[in-house]
Each structure stands twice: as structure tokens, then as C-alpha cells.
Design a protein around this ligand. Sequence first.
Ligand SMILES: Nc1ncnc2c1ncn2[C@@H]1O[C@H](COP(=O)(O)OP(=O)(O)OP(=O)(O)O)[C@@H](O)[C@H]1O
Ligand SMILES: [Mg+2]
Length: 301
Amino acid sequence: MTQRALELAEVTKIFDRRAAVDGVSFQLAAGERVALLGHNGAGKTTLFKMILGFLKPDHGSVSVLGAAPGSNAARRAIAYLPEAVAFHNALTGEEVLRFYARLKGEDPAKSAALLEDVGLGAAARRRVGAYSKGMRQRLGLAQALISPASLVLLDEPTSGLDPISRQNFYDLVEKVAARGATVLLSSHALTEVEARTDRILILSAGKLVADNTLARLRADAQLPIRLRVQGNDGAAGEIAARLGGTQVNGRSVELFCDPADKVARLAAIAELGPLVADIDVTLPSLDDVYRHFSGDEGAEG
Ligand SMILES: Nc1ncnc2c1ncn2[C@@H]1O[C@H](COP(=O)(O)OP(=O)(O)OP(=O)(O)O)[C@@H](O)[C@H]1O
Ligand SMILES: [Mg+2]
């Protein structure tokens, strides 16, 4: 399992004298599930296109299982779900898949089982024009998986899906990964990928600004924890004075602390005894963590 499914070394792509992808290096081991996050215009699709061999890097190198992008070996190894999948609306799901199977030299008879796999068995004979967004994404995934692939590239596959459809989609991705495939999927929000990937890469204005597990990113961000102390009647003023927090309404006091000081702060709050009615502890959200690494400003422009 030590073979590298994908290796990028100092990859740069320049459009109109601006680097859309800027000196990006990372490696994916076989079987890893990795999320590539970034704002609109961060360079995610451009990166995918270089891995696919549709675009040539201006600097640096890409290698897919040791082969050059776009070579026969690399193309056979990759399954790709593009950012905007469009199917012929008049065809049924099954007709669409049979069409792509023939195009890829695979047996069209595989289509039925594949549709079953992605949960479209019952909709196989329905026209794609009547599919929901989530169903189209599933059909897109089935289309990408017609040929067995060791590297699966999914460009914003869950964007616009509701939370349940997103969960279902990740269950499918897990099924694919369980067969040993490496999965690289892009998204514009950390909340969309949650804990469903082993590792998170963050692109900001073309640069790779983070590459780690979610737990590690959370720890490295060192974002403050919010404590909200609800006082018993009339006690908020005294709580604020003793803890040094801010009174947020008639009853509550808000304070922030470093993760390392959390236990000590909670102990200090507990010492206030009958003044305190309740305590809320809020960890930084996934959005806060993402914003910390990617920068607040939209990258486009
Ligand atoms: N063919 C092209 N010619 C000129 N500029 C391009 C081209 N393709 C992409 N760009 C520019 O490169 C930058 C990165 O674009 P890219 O599509 O890779 O971003 P992205 O992260 O996929 O964004 P989104 O989340 O909106 O899909 C953008 O500034 C974009 O305008
Ligand atoms: Mg894109």
C-alpha cells in the first residue's frame, strides 16, 4: 500500500500572467480519501485538469501512479466526475450509462448493477430530465466509475446537495474507497466534507496553505473557545466582574479562552457556585477553522 497514487511537485499554472495554481506539492498514497478545499477561483478545477492531462503545468510535474497525465496508463487509472455534469435529458439513466460504457470500451450490461450500486436502481428507466440534483450527481458518479479506477477525482460532487443527499453521497464514496481506490474530492466548504475524509488540503489563491487531518488542523489553528456563563437572577454583573468577561444580555457573560486554558477557566467558573445557572462551551466551528487557513476574503478577482 505504499505506492503513490498521485504525486505533484511544485506545480504551477499561469493564466494571463497570474498563477491559478502556485507551486503546489503533495502526494496521495493508495487508498487515501482526501478533500481539496478552496474558495471559488482558488484553483481546484485547474489542478484537476492538470492531473487529468487536459492542461499542462507551466512549472513542476504531476505523476499518476508513476505515469504522465494524459498517457494511456494514467487515463485508465483515473475516474473523473466533472464540476458541471450535464446529461441528455431525454435519455434514461440506464441509457446514459450504457452510452458511456460503450464509449469507454466496457460492457454495457454492467450498467444495471452500477445503477443499483449508486441507489438509482428504481430510477434506471426514468428520464434523466426528471432526476433531482442528488440523483444526477449519483448518475455522474456511476458514469465516472464505469471503468475500474485506482484514482477517483470528484470536482465539487456535493455542492448544492441537501445534508441527507450529501451523507448518502459520502456513503457511496466510502464504498469506492473500500475497494482500494484513492479518492480526491474538491469542495468549497469544510462543513461539506466534515469528518468524511482522512486528510484535508486547502488551496488559497492557488497556493496550498494546509495539508493535514481535520483534528490536526483544529489543533494547529489554536482558535479560541467560547464560554457562555448564564447567571442566576441578578448575578451576571458580579460574574462578569470576577471572570473578566463581557455581559451579553441581562443574564449571560461571554468569555473566550485558549484551548489549553479551558479546564482552568471552567474550574474558575465552578468556584462561583450559586451565582452560575449554566455553562455553554462552544468549540470553533469547521467554518472558523477553514476561514483561519484560507483567509476570509473571497479569492476571486
Ligand atoms: N482557461 C482559463 N483561462 C484563463 N483563466 C482561467 C482559466 N481557467 C481558470 N482560470 C482562472 O484560474 C483561477 C482558478 O480557477 P479554477 O476554475 O481552477 O478555480 P476553482 O477553485 O475550481 O473555483 P470554483 O470553486 O469556482 O470552481 C481563476 O482565477 C480562474 O478565473
Ligand atoms: Mg472549480
